[in-house]
Write a protein that binds this ligand. Structure first.
Ligand SMILES: Cc1cc2nc3c(=O)[nH]c(=O)nc-3n(C[C@H](O)[C@H](O)[C@H](O)COP(=O)(O)OP(=O)(O)OC[C@H]3O[C@@H](n4cnc5c(N)ncnc54)[C@H](O)[C@@H]3O)c2cc1C
Length: 465
């Protein structure tokens, strides 16, 4: 009988567990090495806990607004201890579910820290310090990322929080300064502001979510301000002072110096691959810009060693990590799979949600496309009005020459689900006409995509001209 290929996967987050399951489906013997909990940052400290807290504040907001639907509620409040214990219960249920899937795929899980010894051997050190060596035909590195900090005076104070700390808070802080208006920063801001915390959000670039379309982010900024958030854009942090009396951030905003003060300070300044003590240098695995370098097949500079997910850099998102883990496994077992990075949705779970795919209008113009845009506001969509979620819009960016959809940008309720149609459109090279001729359900939020496509030619039905 032919001996099975042994694949060792380092890291049990979305990239690692997806790689492990795919390799097992393809008939390999799989060993998954994880030094913390299965599910990685995503399940334990990031996506899932953050979305649970967002759901809690969304329900809180819905109840506060319930009179609009003729429903009276006497008194409401947030019990943070209860919210946290429910969140922790959900996380452990999901870990149990994932563990069951991993076991059903006959994957051997080893708890310990892995270090590469060669292209076919790994040293594993368990929590007690015991070491063992393991051989594998192919290795997939999926070690994830860690929060970046700032290189300014005072940023190394242990009192400064990161997203993981905010997600574990057992109380609602009176006030908080969040440094960084990217995806994670605005999600944390939304959670805290909706709970009643006074948040000041600092972003160095000219608008929050700097990589997204300015028309879309202006709507988000307005929504945050309505929740009492003070948004400082074009603001460069110079120094942080975590004094006993006051916690202060010193910023320069368009040459004007300003001091912001709050009860707590958090940094959400991005994430960097976590490659600590992984043995990359010893094995000759090349790293650049802080991440493991990979080719289009997710193979590193050493043949037979692959990397996927946050460890490989690029867009650090769980679903990108899963897609990369999947193709790393396929390629480690002889495949030639690749990913179409043009069609990667970028989702931000704020209230309202933001979801975008493809090029922004500016990016398309910079790339010399002759651009035409279609827009449709949710205020003119009946499903949005029924939901009481009239904020937001859909914006479609297309190539005026051949009508091909280049980008779709959505802010509004349900945006992270709606973006799938747009992602498929970009993946398949669809045109505005393809969307126009596709029937969309009424009354539904996704009609706004259809109307935005119609608007690109001045044909929207529910817009006054
Ligand atoms: C607050 C927050 C919210 C987010 N929300 C979303 C979201 O809603 N949707 C989304 O798509 N993305 C979201 N992300 C991003 C997402 O969490 C990451 O992109 C995703 O977790 C990356 O998956 P990964 O498998 O590459 O790494 P990870 O999930 O970080 O998993 C890596 C695993 O490797 C283990 N490990 C590391 N080194 C070793 C070693 N030497 N030996 C053994 N094990 C090791 C770690 O313990 C860890 O469990 C969010 C991030 C944050 C911070």
């Amino acid at each position: 009988m032919e001996e099975k290929t042994t694949i060792a996967v380092v890291g049990g987050g979305p990239a690692g567990y997806t790689a492990a399951i795919r390799a097992s489906q393809l008939g390999a013997r799989v060993i998954l090495i994880e030094n913390r909990e299965l599910g990685g940052a995503c399940l334990n400290r990031a996506c899932v806990p953050a979305k649970f807290l967002l759901r809690s504040v969304e329900i809180y907001q819905l109840i506060k607004d319930s009179a609009r639907y003729g429903i009276g509620v006497a008194e409401i409040g947030i019990d943070m201890a209860d919210v946290q214990s429910r969140k922790n219960k959900l996380v452990s249920e999901l870990i149990t579910g994932l563990t069951g899937v991993i076991e059903a795929n006959d994957i051997e899980v080893i708890n310990g820290r892995a270090r590469l010894l060669s292209k076919e051997s790994i040293e594993i050190t368990d929590k007690k310090g015991n070491r063992r060596n393991l051989s594998a035909n192919k290795i997939i590195l999926a070690t994830g990322s860690q929060a970046s900090t700032l290189s300014v005076l005072g940023a190394d104070s242990p009192e400064i929080m990161f997203a993981g700390d905010i997600l574990n808070l057992g109380y609602i802080p009176g006030s908080m300064i969040i440094i960084g208006g990217g995806m994670v920063g605005v999600e944390m801001t939304t959670i805290l502001a909706k709970m009643g915390c006074r948040v000041s959000l600092i972003e160095m670039m000219q608008h929050i979510l700097p990589d997204e379309d300015a028309e879309i982010t202006a709507i988000l900024e307005d929504a945050l301000k309505r929740d009492g958030v003070r948004v400082y854009t074009g603001a460069v942090v110079k120094r942080i002072d975590m004094g006993d009396e006051a916690k202060q951030v010193f910023v320069t905003i368009r040459n004007i110096e300003k001091t912001l003060e709050a009860e707590s300070i958090a940094i959400a300044a991005g994430y960097e691959p976590y490659l600590d003590r992984l043995g990359l240098d010893e094995c000759g695995v090349a790293a650049g810009d802080g991440c493991v370098k990979v080719d289009e097949y997710m193979e590193t500079s050493v043949s037979g060693i692959y990397a996927a997910g946050d460890a490989a850099g690029g867009l650090m998102l769980a679903y990108v990590a899963m897609a990369e883990g999947r193709i790393a496994a396929e390629n480690a077992l002889g495949g030639h799979s690749t990913i179409d990075y043009r069609a990667v949705p970028r989702c931000t779970f704020t209230l309202p949600e933001v979801a975008c795919v493809g090029l922004t209008e500016n990016e398309a113009k910079t790339q010399d496309y002759e651009v035409k845009c279609g827009r449709f506001p949710f205020a003119a969509n009946s499903a949005a009005s029924i939901l009481g979620e009239r904020r937001g819009m859909v914006k479609i960016v297309a190539d005026n020459k051949d009508d091909r959809v280049l980008g779709v940008h959505i802010i509004g309720a349900g945006a992270v689900n709606l973006i799938s149609e747009a992602t498929l459109a970009i993946k398949l090279g669809a045109t505005i006409d393809d969307i126009k001729k596709t029937m969309h359900v009424h009354p539904a939020l996704l009609e706004a995509i259809w109307e935005a496509a119609l608007d690109a030619g001045g044909e929207a039905i529910h817009l006054k001209r």
